[in-house]
Design a binder for this molecule. Structure first.
Ligand SMILES: *Cc1c(COP(=O)(O)O)cnc(C)c1O
Length: 386
């Protein structure tokens, strides 16, 4: 079979299952309202939970860094790419997260992949939640460890699997999203910490959707549950509530020193651009200082939940800014998403293979207005009646 034949055949299978996906072009500034294909839509598809990606202070910080340092960082951190700006951001993240040190990466995806691959090998065991982000799963694969998935947020299943397997391996790492990206629920963090301790495991927590959203200063689930420990590795992204681009790992000084010497996705890649770094640094300052942004976000989350409940709609359990409406089929999710778009709302259909069951995913922002939620409810009621 030729390459073209194989690819076309695969694409046709994807299309027949209603799994085919395509990017959509957004014009102009990002925010709670965006323009898509020339039409204004209320945006429920953004990870920019606090609206910082279009905040003037981040934009100005990025411009200043561009003018001072240029566009590219020109090399890897260990060769010519390192600037004081990188160090400033790492210090700020470590201090915010209450850890000794932090290390920034080109993306959250590469932070997860590289860290897991650097820490674990063939002699080791990884236990991961079945709903973990793709970057965590691929990092586990890359590490060549024995990988076992436990059923979603099920500590009994996790313990049973540890009980059976732990003694056959050297090190063991438990991996979980802290806020699950396609469901919006939280991991049972205190229980995971207790189980990790009992079975002599380390814990890697991906705070991508918790950072900026959860915790007294927005530092994430570890802050929310007041959990600390030398065996905990925190990972996150600069690309969601922080409104920039990049990822980070934060933990003990020795962990960061080890990663600087062993982590392939940090060593063999170009350092984060000056503009992205400066914007993220400004975001760390703003998130800690302006808790009113987070309060507004949580008011909006409560409002959306109340509104959907009043329409008798069933959504997945959520304790974050992600709220998912259940759909019976991929086709039904697609149709609803399209109708919402016709009515002025951008909320994507999330379908297999990303998730096991199809859904419409709403991401709430602090910058959504009361009328956005009122209008959404009217639109859903209208769609339901046609
Ligand atoms: C988005 C996301 C990532 C990847 O972060 P990027 O900076 O976008 O590469 C990792 N983990 C989770 C849970 C995510 O949702």
């Amino acid at each position: 079979m030729s390459l073209t034949e194989y690819l076309s055949k695969s694409l046709n299978t994807i299309k027949r299952a209603n799994w085919y996906r395509q990017e959509k072009t957004i014009t102009g500034l990002s925010g709670a309202v965006i323009e898509l294909d020339g039409k204004k839509l209320v945006n429920f598809a953004s990870n920019d939970y606090l609206g910082l990606a279009s905040d003037e202070r981040l934009i100005n910080a990025a411009i200043e860094a561009l003018q001072k340092y240029g566009t590219g960082s020109t090399g890897s951190r260990l060769l010519s790419g390192h600037r004081k700006l990188h160090e400033d951001l790492e210090t700020a993240i470590a201090s915010w997260k209450g850890t000794e040190k932090a290390l920034i990466f080109s993306s959250g995806y590469s932070a997860n992949m590289g860290t897991i691959a650097a820490l674990m090998n063939q002699k080791d065991l990884i236990l991961g939640d079945e709903y973990n982000h793709s970057s965590l799963k691929n990092g586990a694969k890359l590490s060549q460890s024995q990988v076992i998935e436990y059923s979603h947020n099920n500590c009994q299943d996790l313990e049973a699997k540890l009980h059976k397997n732990r003694s056959h391996y050297r090190h063991c790492l438990i991996i979980s999203d802290s806020v699950f990206s396609m469901d919006g629920d939280l991991c049972p963090l205190p229980e995971l910490v207790a189980i990790a301790k009992k079975y002599d495991c380390w814990l890697l927590l991906d705070e991508a959707h918790a950072t900026g959203v959860i915790g007294k200063t927005g530092a994430g689930c570890l802050e929310h549950f007041d959990v600390k420990g030398e065996n905990i590795i925190q990972i996150g992204t600069l690309s969601k509530a922080m409104g920039s681009l990049g990822g980070y790992v934060t933990g003990s000084e020795v962990l960061i020193d080890f990663l600087r010497n062993r982590c392939p996705t940090w060593i063999y890649t170009t350092a984060l651009s000056p503009a992205d770094t400066a914007a993220a640094l400004k975001a760390v300052e703003i998130i800690q200082r302006e808790s009113e942004k987070r309060q507004q976000l949580w008011q909006n989350i409560t409002l959306l939940k109340q509104n959907l409940t009043s329409l008798n709609l069933s959504f997945f359990p959520s304790e974050s800014a992600i709220l998912c409406l259940k759909s019976k089929t991929a086709e039904q999710a697609l149709i609803l998403s399209l109708k919402l778009q016709e009515n002025g709302f951008f909320a994507p259909a999330i379908r297999p293979p990303t998730v096991p069951t199809s859904r419409i995913r709403f991401s709430v922002m602090a910058t959504h207005k009361l009328e956005h939620f009122t209008q959404l409810n009217k639109a859903i009621a209208r769609i339901d009646n046609t």
